[in-house]
Design a protein around this ligand. Structure first.
Ligand code: FNR
Length: 202
């Protein structure tokens, strides 16, 4: 039997916020999740606001912002996407970033990259439809996704404190558990039997 490959923690997690608004409630939720992350996750934001619109005519001449995006994803052990729902789907800015990350053909930075998806909205179904659309897109991009414990967070005034820590006790417990489950998911994806060429998930 082949040896298993164990990528020891800490794990670097690239956090992508699907909203580019300065006042984004999803940015605030992302800040809250980073505060709740288990100690073996090292989270940092990957920004998507400087990307121009994806255009496959640029596949041989990627703009520096898109090269930086792909490098940041490649250097991350896992990706955490915190997204709003816009018109029952994901924001164009997020789809644009995924399109850049997935190309040129054969150089998809998201392939085999463990991804967690979460989001918040003032609406009662808390980004559920956007998350389903996002999972469909990520599935095509060959990204393993955390399916255990979906998290559709309704944003209410009492959810977060001014410093973006979770103020509501029941939500704090739920989101802490969700981050611990995500940590375990990343570890399980990164603990794999190597391919014949020696490569692994990350
Ligand atoms: C929204 N909003 C929204 N909310 C929702 O639950 N389902 C939806 O389909 C939409 N559609 C939608 C479209 C557009 C263009 C905007 C600007 C907003 C409301 C949305 O949840 C709210 O504005 C959040 O504050 C958006 O998240 P960020 O950008 O603040 O993180």
């Amino acid at each position: 039997m082949a040896d298993t490959y164990q990528h020891e923690p800490p794990y670097t997690i690239g956090v992508i916020c699907g909203s580019i608004a300065a006042s984004s409630i999803n940015r605030r939720l992302a800040n809250a999740l980073i505060k709740l992350a288990p100690a073996d996750l090292e989270c940092s934001f990957i920004e998507i606001d400087a990307l121009e619109l994806y255009d496959h005519d640029r596949d041989d001449d990627y703009p520096p912002e898109a090269i930086a995006l792909k490098q940041a994803i490649r250097q991350s052990d896992g990706i955490l996407i915190v997204t709003p729902e816009y018109n029952r789907s994901i924001p164009g800015a997020l789809k644009n970033a995924i399109d850049w990350a997935s190309r040129p053909y054969g150089e998809n930075a998201l392939s085999r990259k463990p991804v967690g998806v979460i989001g918040t909205s003032p609406g009662a179904i808390g980004t559920a439809v956007a998350q389903q659309h996002l999972k469909s897109i990520l599935s095509f991009c060959n990204a393993p996704m955390m399916n255990e414990t979906e998290a559709y967070i309704q944003f209410t005034d009492d959810l977060l404190a001014d410093d973006d820590s979770v103020a509501k006790e029941s939500s704090k417990e739920f989101l802490s558990t969700w981050m611990a489950t995500y940590d375990d998911f990343v570890r399980r994806v990164l603990t794999v039997i190597p391919k014949p060429d020696g490569s692994t998930a990350a």
